[in-house]
Design a protein around this ligand. Structure first.
Ligand code: ATP
Length: 266
C-alpha cells in the first residue's frame, strides 16, 4: 500500500515480559484511516502486541515508530488513545459519568497552564462522546450505578472525548450486548471516516463487519495473517476455526458522515 500517511511502523519488533518474548519479528505498517482488527486465539499475544505498540509492554528488539517518531517523543503525546482490556471503573470512585469522560479532555489543557480550559468546548465534546456511546441520558449518574457493559462504554467515551488520531481498543465489545455492539460499530465507522486510525483487539469481528478494513491474526508468536477481511474470511489455517462468514457480506456504513472526533484537533 502507498499513499496515506504511515501512522505506525514496526520493524522486527518483539514484546514480552521479564526478557521473554511473547511475540517477535513483527513487521507492520498501519496507515491513516485503517481500521485494523487484531484477532487470534486466547493467549496468542494480542494484548501484548497492542500494549507494546503503546509502549506499555517490554520491547525486546526491533523498532516501533508512531507518526515517524519514537514512542517517547513528546510530539505524539495525546495523539494516541487507549481503551484497556476488561477494564471497568472502580465502583468506589464517587464521580459522575460526565466527570469520567471529561478526563479525556485533559490533553487539551496546556501543561504549563493546567487550569486553563475551554469549558464550553469540553462540555460539548463530553456530551457528544456520551451520545456516541448511547449514554447521553446517564451523564449525571454516578458511575457506580452503571452496569459493567455501560462502564466499558463510559471508558470508550472518555477515549473518544480525547479525539485521538490513533485509537487502540482492547476488546471493546467484550461484555457489551449485541444492540450496543452495533452502536459501537457505527461509532467506530464514524471515527474512521473522519480520518482516525483504529486498532481493535477483538474476538467478535462479526460485530465490526463492514467497519474493519484489515485483519491481523496473531498466532504462534508472530503475525500469521495480514490482509483484507474478505481474504481473512477465506483464510483457513487450522481446519476452519478462523472462518468468519460475517466478513463475506460487508455491510454498508453509509450515512455516517457526521463524524465528531478524531483526525482534526482544535
Ligand atoms: N504481565 C504479564 N507478565 C507475564 N506474562 C504475561 C503478562 N501478561 C500476559 N502474559 C502472558 O503473555 C501471553 C499472551 O497474553 P496476551 O494477554 O497478550 O494474549 P491475548 O492474545 O491478548 O489473549 P486473550 O485473547 O486471552 O486476551 C500469555 O501466555 C500470558 O500469560
Amino acid at each position: 500500500m502507498s499513499g496515506p500517511e504511515i501512522v505506525l511502523s514496526l520493524r522486527g519488533a518483539g514484546f514480552g515480559y521479564d526478557g521473554e518474548a511473547i511475540v517477535a519479528g513483527i513487521d507492520l505498517d498501519i496507515h491513516r484511516g485503517e481500521v485494523v482488527a487484531v484477532v487470534g486465539p486466547n493467549g496468542a499475544g494480542k494484548s501484548t502486541l497492542v500494549k507494546g505498540i503503546l509502549g506499555l509492554t517490554e520491547q525486546l528488539g526491533g523498532e516501533v515508530r508512531a507518526y515517524g517518531v519514537a514512542l517517547d517523543d513528546p510530539s505524539i503525546r495525546g495523539r494516541i488513545g487507549y481503551v484497556p482490556q476488561r477494564h471497568t471503573l472502580a465502583t468506589s470512585v464517587r464521580a459522575t459519568v460526565a466527570e469520567i469522560v471529561a478526563i479525556g479532555r485533559l490533553r487539551f489543557r496546556p501543561w504549563w497552564q493546567p487550569w486553563h480550559r475551554d469549558a464550553a468546548k469540553d462540555r460539548q465534546a463530553v456530551a457528544r462522546a456520551l451520545d456516541l456511546v448511547d449514554l447521553g441520558d446517564r451523564a449525571g449518574a454516578d458511575v457506580s450505578q452503571l452496569s459493567g457493559g455501560q462502564q466499558r462504554r463510559v471508558l470508550i467515551a472518555r477515549a473518544l472525548a480525547s479525539q485521538p488520531d490513533l485509537l487502540v481498543m482492547d476488546e471493546p465489545t467484550a461484555g457489551v450486548d449485541q444492540g450496543n455492539q452495533a452502536v459501537l460499530g457505527q461509532v467506530l465507522a464514524r471515527l474512521a471516516s473522519a480520518g482516525s486510525t483504529l486498532i481493535i483487539v477483538t474476538h467478535e469481528i462479526d460485530a465490526l463487519a463492514g467497519v474493519v478494513t484489515r485483519v491481523v491474526l496473531v498466532a504462534d508468536g508472530g503475525i500469521a495473517f495480514d490482509g483484507t477481511p474478505q481474504a481473512y474470511a477465506a483464510h483457513d489455517p487450522h481446519g476452519g476455526h478462523a472462518h468468519h462468514p460475517g466478513f463475506g457480506r460487508a455491510r454498508s456504513v453509509t450515512g455516517l458522515h457526521d463524524a465528531t472526533a478524531g483526525g482534526h484537533h482544535d
